[in-house]
Write a protein that binds this ligand. Structure first.
Ligand code: SF4
Length: 385
């Protein structure tokens, strides 16, 4: 296989990894499906500052000696595998970068020859890119389960983002997905080291002037886990380990794996988990603020912020012209950017009606049932239908 075919093969296998993005992904109409034919996988990714870049997502190798029950790369599964050397991958990517096809790279790998050796090869690829080929663009490095402390440090010095896929919210659930992985030692510990390193060396900035952000991904719906379990772990990661983003990936069965007969998870569950995780991360919500059904899952039929507002704000609406930032953030239709717009607009004159809110970019129809404007409920135009 030549380098481009190999890249098409390896990058097409990354379709199940999430694209970097800052906002809540749109509700998809169905489960994610892998591409029908191999092609170089370039995604549109949104960077933390809002900039969009063309991101190459690829594996260093699709060979793997582990046997996670849900995974298409598990050992012994019959499909065409490919492997790059670090030098080969770095040079292939830099050619794409210099020709304007890819502006950034997200590098992951199957585990071949142990996690430590695999991470060494990932780091070697990053070092060739940064030190030999002068690459200054975006680099996301996956941390393999069970990496060493020094490898975490080195990865942080080279990357803009590092990530560990926790896959499940706790050890008991992980055993049902990946029985040879240990939740605390192999998966959570690298995330702890990342945060310890960021905190212990605030003065030393990474290659790009700041330390890399961290993300994780959960497989949703394959281990009997509840939304409460997933969000409890997510809240812990945001509060204690500086996690930038948790990704939720609705399970879909892969042929020739032990979970091939398990039904696919609803994309609506994935969507509600994203909504709830953003409330925890950006809106000042705690786990106790969220409503769960008797089986500890988020109701599918209600947006979790609207569910909270119906209980707490419907009979005690918020005065838009006086409420502080924290209270404004609780109103449906109002996010961190909208709060800034309200606070700025209030400095010059009070907000009189829903049109004033629309003018500063706020979805007033969602907010209207829960607000007061100068002491009065806003007049809403009823929909004709
Ligand atoms: S270690 Fe990673 S690539 Fe290998 S089988 Fe498990 S999830 Fe798949």
């Amino acid at each position: 296989m030549d380098a481009i075919n190999k890249l098409a093969n390896l990058s097409s296998l990354m379709e199940l990894e999430p694209v970097e993005e800052t906002g809540c992904p749109k509700m998809s109409a169905g489960a994610k499906v892998p591409p029908k034919k191999e092609s170089i996988n370039i995604s549109q990714a949104v960077m933390p500052g809002g900039k969009r870049i063309r991101l190459l997502k690829t594996l260093l190798t699709s060979a793997c000696e582990r046997n996670c029950y849900y995974c298409p790369f598990r050992a012994g599964r019959d499909f065409r595998r490919a492997t790059f050397t670090p030098d080969e991958l770095a040079k292939t990517f830099i050619n794409l970068h210099q020709s304007g096809i890819a502006e950034g790279i997200f590098l992951s790998s199957g585990i071949a020859g142990g996690s430590i050796r695999t991470q060494d090869r990932m780091i070697a690829t990053a070092e060739i890119l940064r030190n030999n080929l002068g690459y200054r663009g975006y680099l996301h490095l996956k941390l393999m389960p069970g990496v060493e402390h020094a490898q975490v440090e080195r990865s942080m010095q080279l990357a803009d983002r590092v990530s560990v896929n926790l896959e499940a919210p706790n050890m008991q659930r992980l055993e049902r997905l990946a029985p040879r992985k240990t939740f605390i030692e192999e998966l959570l510990q690298p995330l702890r080291w990342v945060e310890e390193y960021r905190r212990s060396q605030p003065g030393y900035l990474g290659w790009n002037g700041h330390w890399p952000s961290t993300t994780t991904q959960f497989v949703v719906g394959a281990a009997g886990e509840t939304d409460l379990e997933l969000l409890k772990t997510t809240e812990y990661l945001h509060r204690n380990l500086g996690l930038r983003r948790a990704y939720f990936s609705a399970f879909r069965p892969i042929p020739d794996t032990p979970l091939e007969n398990l039904p696919a998870e609803s994309p609506l569950r994935e969507f509600r988990l994203y909504q709830a995780s953003f409330l925890l991360r950006d809106y000042g919500f705690n786990l106790e603020d969220l409503s769960f059904d008797p089986s500890s899952n988020l109701p599918h039929d209600t947006d979790p912020k609207i569910a909270w507002a119906q209980t707490h704000l419907a009979s005690q609406p918020v005065e838009i012209n006086r409420a502080d930032r924290e209270v404004l953030l609780r109103i449906p239709g109002i996010g961190p950017q909208s709060v800034k717009a309200i606070l700025t607009a209030r400095r010059t004159k009070s907000i009189q009606n829903l049109e004033d809110l629309n003018r500063i970019g706020i979805n007033s129809s969602r907010a209207a049932p829960f607000i007061l404007l100068n002491g009065k409920r806003p007049t809403r135009q009823l929909s004709l239908w």
